[in-house]
Design a protein around this ligand. Structure first.
Ligand SMILES: [Zn+2]
Length: 470
């Protein structure tokens, strides 16, 4: 069925204002770009790790480190409680235990195909010593999850006694295994490193693309992607961006002992697109759930994704007077068909509850999700359901519920998707999608209090940027 021209224009205007279909593809491109960047970084890391591995193949004498510093470092948890930031100063008690009997330090980098037995063997240690270490329990089991590139630091005496072993579980935690005095077995302790969070900000004006503008402003690619994700429901970053658009981002930077580890989350951001400004503030409620909200407490997200399948092609539109391709007679097409290869993931377009999971006549394998009291969505011709999908199961927006197939009356693999409002079918491509729920009332006062300084900061930064660029 054709829409009446007036409604059609109205709907078109709405799509132009918020075309999530394109946006989602754009997000995918973003993710792809991010993936490629990570791959590049990974490749670089691998090269450097290989170099380390080669260095570690040198005789032990050349790679061993014998300084006072690691001794003090490794003996620290013996004397000091965890979770307390401490300077790397000598502690009389710990030095007294460790220093006189320590051997030589040697660092071994985990290679591809390595395992602990191979590494212990390479370090000149016996399988019995490995067994002793691994039988220490939960903490020591972090050693069974090592990856190529990880580093193990061994302290070994001339008569091949393992005195100590340390391993950085991740950037924030180190495992220390130390021999008890009198050679009475080992102790495993973990040391938490103090992470400091600092607030940073970047502002920029776009002259060609968001990526170039962000790059010029010194915003990392990951943060640029996050920024586009936050405003992606309102702004189509592929089509809507214009010269003169501007942005401001306030975000976290994580530091470990004065050295920057990585960027954290975006705390607040503003994007001005064609003269219209959008602001978003991150808020975490008392249950620990975080999301971005506009200054008046509205969610930056919509309650529904426009499309349930990424990288698909619309093969048949909503048409209440369509001739059915299989039955070859006039039969309403109450949804949209997305052609995609068999096995392509299908995502729930909104939070909700599964009210039907099973075969449904010509629809084949079908899932129906109820979203609150007014909305429901239907996904048909599935090849199979995602694991755990059953009647009554709650699903989240974007969660994979099944995979594209051609069960039921279908000419080829595709998803048939229906959108219902108060029981009546609506065109999923043009229906006005409701906003995701606003911040619950009980959090409003807390949100107002916490968001106020961020909004003040955004406004001050914006004045600055505009002054600089005028
Ligand atoms: Zn269909």
């Amino acid at each position: 069925m054709k829409h009446s021209p007036i409604i059609g224009r109205d709907y078109k205007a709405r799509i132009a204002a918020s075309s999530p279909n394109k946006k989602r593809k754009y997000h995918y491109l973003f993710m792809l770009a991010g993936g490629l960047i990570s791959l590049g970084v990974a490749a670089l890391l691998m090269i450097s790790n290989d170099a380390e591995a080669i260095r570690n193949d040198l005789p032990a004498e050349q790679t061993s480190i014998q300084t006072a510093a690691p001794v003090a470092h490794i003996s620290k948890p013996l004397a000091l409680p965890q979770n307390r930031p401490t300077a790397h100063t000598s502690n009389p008690q710990s030095i007294a235990i460790a220093a006189p009997t320590m051997g030589k330090w040697r660092e071994i980098t985990v290679k591809k195909g390595d395992n602990l037995s191979l590494i212990f063997n390479r370090a000149g240690l016996s399988p019995q010593q490995l067994h002793q270490v691994l039988s220490l329990g939960k903490k020591a089991r972090a050693l069974t999850r090592i990856y190529p590139g990880d580093k193990l630091r061994f302290n070994i005496t001339d008569d091949k006694q393992l005195r100590a072993l340390s391993y950085d579980i991740d950037q924030t935690e180190t495992l220390h295994i130390t021999q008890r005095s009198g050679n009475k077995g080992y102790t495993a302790t973990t040391e938490k490193h103090q992470i400091d969070t600092r607030t940073a900000n970047r502002s920029g004006v776009i002259t060609s693309s968001l990526f170039l503008g962000a790059q010029k402003a010194g915003l990392s690619d990951n943060l640029t992607m996050e920024l586009a994700g936050i405003f992606g429901w309102d702004i189509d970053f592929a089509l809507d961006i214009r010269k003169g658009d501007s942005f401001t981002v306030v975000y976290e930077e994580l530091y470990l002992e004065g050295k920057k580890l990585r960027n954290g989350k975006i705390l607040a951001a503003e994007f001005t697109n064609r003269g219209k400004s959008y602001q978003a503030v991150r808020y975490t409620n008392s249950k620990g759930d975080s999301d971005y909200y506009s200054p008046d407490g509205k969610s930056m997200r919509k309650a529904f994704l426009r499309t349930p399948v990424e990288f698909s092609r619309i093969s048949s539109r909503f048409n209440l007077k369509r001739k059915h391709p299989v039955l070859n007679k006039i039969r309403a097409h109450k949804g949209v068909d997305y052609a995609a290869p068999t096995g392509t993931p299908i995502r729930a377009t909104g939070d909700g509850k599964i009210v039907h999971r099973g075969r449904k006549g010509g629809y084949g394998k079908t899932i129906i999700i109820q979203h609150g009291s007014r909305y429901s969505t239907l996904y048909a011709h599935m090849n199979n359901y995602a694991r755990g999908m059953r009647n009554g199961k709650r699903v989240k927006q974007g969660q994979i519920i099944g995979y594209v197939g051609s069960t039921g009356l279908a000419t080829g693999p595709h998803l048939h998707y229906e959108f219902r409002l108060n029981g009546a079918v609506r065109n999923p491509l043009t229906v006005k999608l409701p906003d995701a729920g606003p911040l619950p009332k009980k959090y409003r006062a807390d949100f107002n209090k916490k968001s106020r300084p961020f909004l003040a900061q955004l406004n001050a930064l914006k004045r600055n940027t505009l002054a600089l660029n005028n």
